[in-house]
Design a protein around this ligand. Structure first.
Ligand code: SER
Length: 884
């Protein structure tokens, strides 16, 4: 059975048993989950298990895109590690429980997949008699092959208990294993050997809520089922291969990597590692980009960037010179596009993001290689390559340690891995601490949210609301009273304040009680999506339970609504003019201004930009109605609604529709008619890297203010140029520039005459030293750039005479020395840096970096310049003697 058939068999099996087929949620989880990336099939159902939301169906089944980022470095080195995988699951929300879950799993495995029942083993939680009975009495499973285990092992790792590793739903579980036969290990079941006995399915009996340390707090409102079965594992077993990389899920990717590199898998270990990294990461990154992750230096973006860079550097190791991502993405889309249509829909976008990063990293990699050369160049054979440099290569240039080690080895060097590891650990520790600190302040908020049962958002209809103070959090935790001057976060059971989301910034305004007033400066979504109002108690005091009037700043909200509607019109315009690949990748919607990021490969240019601005404004002038309504996701899609990345696809979605042309899933606030926007004025358009462009624009009155400011500027320029009329300004400016150019060229001629005389004068000073020619001189009055230029001109002039060096010095901000060498001299083993060493010491400095052909040294001791230059001839003789 190939991967697609297994997935389909699983989903169909459960659909036939009354389960709703629910699409995978995005790899980007909602912020309140506290997760970086989706890591289990149950993620999207957490509110149903906790009883926070009413499930629209009692049974569900899904194939979920999952990502576990902890072992990126291990990928390729082991048969088993993978970052992206698919988890097949069936779920019951207070409907069926252990008996059915076990019976169905057994039926699917033995009849659906056709695995011999004799090969199966099961584990259950030590005290779970009910699960054991379901196995033995329910399906006739032999008790000898049921292992009872604790919830956790002595190190605290889960055995027969599953939780999300954060506060949330949890429960005991029963795991199902398949015996792969004696060739993989000894007899004795999963407790003896997990290579031979592989886990293919975990049935979790979700029945309690745990805190962040897995302590049980209380039972869940109902008994639920959450199962998870890794598709790659099932495929490994059913296709009877050694590991996932040999299944049909990975083979085609490996084959592309093989054919691009002309190497084969299974010949040598280091090639295998690179082939696997390329295959695994290409698949994972394709999915990450499809869900809207963009390469960056933090969070998920950093994971993506690291993985893309690993693909590229491993491809280089395999000798692949050209682009490697494009052909791999094509394979992933062909193979998985049917199950995950977002891959097909976003294909052009995925390619442009991946290729832009590939190109950019190509440059970084070259820089990294130069850094490596520099550091390695000064080391002796058998020397130690510094761990700090290896870490910098890894951290700043994305060159993996394994690549550095390999390059070092080729030169007989040995990388100081201990220091590298220490630095890496330090960095990880710092990252973890940052997360922990965030958790601590998060706790008080979580508690406040839990105490207030629910919240109603009325901000689509009204800008004020009568409400009460439902939660008060100060800088150090929960408060009963917040006196004047306190920085607070306030929860309200009814609120008109929009919480930041979908690019639109959070509302500001005021909360007034009989005793005091809070100035709200921002509203953010908190746990469970509750709106959290942040601000300061401006006067009096505010108490828990006080009656309150919550009032949004009308002017700011109106200006934001104009910007939001304008953003949709701009989005439509860009797609209309540039094509469907011009997808929204992010936006900022603020009062009077907007920022819009979209995928496109090249600059728009002035004409295109003006055309876009004109089209958008004409659309606005049509004064179409802006309507918002809720509907099912399926209906919205069938109407061609464009969905934003990272949006959670619940069953019911909000659609914002403008006229009959623009439809977007959107939770934001808008003006009722486009005419209210009045005008959008595009300020500029620029690249933000990775095939991504950004437009910034002003909206409504702010746009008019900008137009006026531009006008005024033009008038001032005209005045400065002495043009009576702004119309004449460009012509005047052109003439002025031409005149400047002409004068510059005349000046240059005069200067060059002088320069040529200087060069001739200096060249005459060259003298033979140990079979080479050496020119040493001070050049007073030149700055370091001038000296460098002179040295290069002189060196080039001497290139034909054989091995030669030019060393010039000047007193410029202390003393500066420049050495330039001909290639033939470098070939004789002399480097510019070595030549300068004694001289650099004399001026009290060090020869910094530099290349073999050119080095610059600086020191504070300008008085010693002549003495420093005096060391050069002997040094050159010494170096030539040493090398010959
Ligand atoms: N939540 C469990 C897991 O991820 C079963 O779906 O393994």
């Amino acid at each position: 059975m190939d991967g697609n058939t297994i997935r389909e068999t699983f989903l169909r099996f459960f659909a036939e048993r009354g389960h709703r087929r629910v699409p995978s949620s995005s790899l980007i989880p909602p912020p309140e989950s506290g997760l970086l990336l989706a890591n289990a099939g149950m993620n999207q159902f957490i509110p149903y298990f906790l009883g926070q939301a009413e499930p629209p169906y009692a049974r569900a089944t899904s194939a979920q895109k999952c990502f576990r980022a902890n072992d990126i470095e291990n990928v390729g080195h082991t048969a088993r590690h993978m970052t992206f995988f698919e988890m097949l699951g069936n779920f019951s929300f207070g409907d069926y429980f252990k008996a059915e879950a076990i019976a169905w799993a057994y039926e699917l495995i033995t009849e659906g997949y056709g695995i011999d029942p004799e090969r199966l083993w099961a584990t259950v939680y030590r005290e779970d008699d009910e699960a054991e009975r379901a196995w033995v009495d329910g399906v006739g499973f032999p008790i000898e092959r049921i292992v009872r285990r604790d919830r956790f092992d002595p190190q605290g790792e889960s055995l027969n208990y599953w939780w999300t590793h954060a506060a949330g739903p949890a429960g005991p579980d029963s795991e199902i294993f398949v015996d792969r036969g004696p060739k993989y290990g000894p007899e004795g079941g999963p407790d003896v050997d997990e290579e031979r006995f592989v886990e293919i399915w975990n049935l979790v009996f979700m029945q309690e809520e745990v805190d962040g340390d897995a302590n049980i707090i209380h039972p869940l409102p109902s008994k639920n089922i959450d199962t998870g079965s890794g598709l790659e594992r099932v495929a490994t077993v059913l296709q009877d291969v050694d590991n996932a990389f040999e299944t049909d899920l990975f083979r085609p990717l490996l084959e592309v990597a093989e054919s691009l590199s002309g190497r084969s898998h299974g010949v040598d270990a280091s090639t295998d590692v690179s082939l696997k990294v390329v295959a695994e990461h290409a698949r994972a990154t394709t999915f990450l980009i499809a869900d809207g992750v963009q390469p960056s230096n933090e969070g998920r973006g950093y994971i993506l960037r690291r993985m893309l860079r690993r693909v590229v550097s491993h491809a280089r190791r395999l000798g692949i010179e050209g682009g490697v991502l494009h052909p791999l993405i094509a394979v992933v889309v062909a193979q998985m596009g049917e199950a995950y249509p977002e891959l097909v829909e976003n294909r052009a976008y995925i390619e442009s993001v991946a290729e832009a990063e590939e190109e950019r990293f190509g440059g970084t990699l070259r820089q990294g290689m130069a850094l490596f050369e520099d550091a390695a160049g000064s080391l002796e054979q058998g020397g130690r390559f510094p761990g700090e440099t290896a870490f910098r290569l890894h951290d700043t240039h994305g060159v993996p340690l394994e690549l550095t080690s390999e390059l070092a080895q080729e030169r007989g060097l040995d990388v100081d891995v201990d220091t590298f590891q220490e630095l890496l650990e330090d960095q990880r520790r710092r990252a973890k601490e940052a997360v922990k600190r965030q958790d601590m302040t998060g706790d008080a908020l979580g508690e406040a949210v839990a105490r207030m049962s629910g919240q109603e958002f009325v901000g689509y209809q009204r800008l004020d609301a009568d409400t009460t103070i439902g939660g008060l959090i100060g800088p150090d935790g929960l408060l009963d009273v917040a006196p004047e001057g306190t920085q607070v976060r306030v929860l309200l059971p009814v609120t008109p304040f929009y919480a930041e989301g979908g690019g639109q910034i959070g509302d500001r305004g005021e909360i007034r009680t009989a005793g005091g007033r809070v100035r709200v400066t921002d509203t953010q979504p908190g746990p469970g999506g509750v709106h959290v109002h942040s601000g300061i108690v401006e006067s009096g005091e505010v108490r828990m339970g006080d009656e309150a009037l919550a009032e949004v700043d009308r002017e700011a909200r109106e200006a934001t609504a104009r910007s939001h509607t304008a953003t949709h019109v701009v989005h439509w315009t860009l797609r209309h003019l540039l094509g469907d690949h011009a997808r929204q990748a992010g936006s900022l919607v603020a009062p009077g201004r907007l920022r819009f990021d979209f995928s496109h490969h090249s600059p728009l240019g002035r004409d295109r930009l003006e055309e876009a601005e004109y089209t958008a404004n004409s659309k606005l002038a049509d004064d179409d109605a802006v309507r918002a309504y809720e509907t099912t996701m399926d209906y919205a899609r069938s109407q061609g609604a464009t969905a934003l990345f990272g949006e959670k696809y619940g069953d019911i979605v909000r659609v914002v529709e403008i006229g009959d042309y623009s439809r977007e899933l959107c939770g934001g606030t808008h003006v009722p008619h486009t005419g209210r926007v009045a005008v959008v004025r595009v300020l500029h358009e620029a690249s933000i890297g990775s095939g991504m462009r950004r437009i910034e624009a002003l909206v409504g009155p702010d746009a008019l203010r900008q137009i006026n400011a531009e006008h005024r500027l033009l008038e001032e320029v005209a005045q400065a140029l002495g043009a009576g009329d702004a119309d004449q300004a460009p012509e005047r400016a052109r003439r002025a520039v031409d005149r400047i150019k002409q004068l510059e060229s005349e000046l240059g001629k005069l200067r060059r005459g002088d320069r040529a005389a200087v060069v001739d004068g200096l060249a005459a000073k060259a003298e033979p030293v140990g079979g080479a020619t050496l020119l040493v001189s001070a050049v007073p009055g030149e700055d370091v750039n001038g000296v460098r230029e002179l040295a290069l001109v002189l060196r080039d002039g001497m290139e034909r005479q054989g091995p030669a060096a030019v060393v010039l010095g000047t007193a410029d901000d202390g003393a500066k020395l420049v050495a330039a060498l001909t290639t033939s001299l470098v070939e004789r083993g002399v480097t510019a840096k070595a030549l300068l060493e004694p001289a650099a010491r004399a001026i009290g400095g060090g020869a910094g970096g530099g290349k073999p052909h050119l080095a610059i040294a600086g020191g504070r001791n300008a008085d010693a310049l002549d003495q420093a230059l005096g060391t050069v001839p002997a040094r050159l003789a010494e170096l030539l003697g040493a090398s010959s």
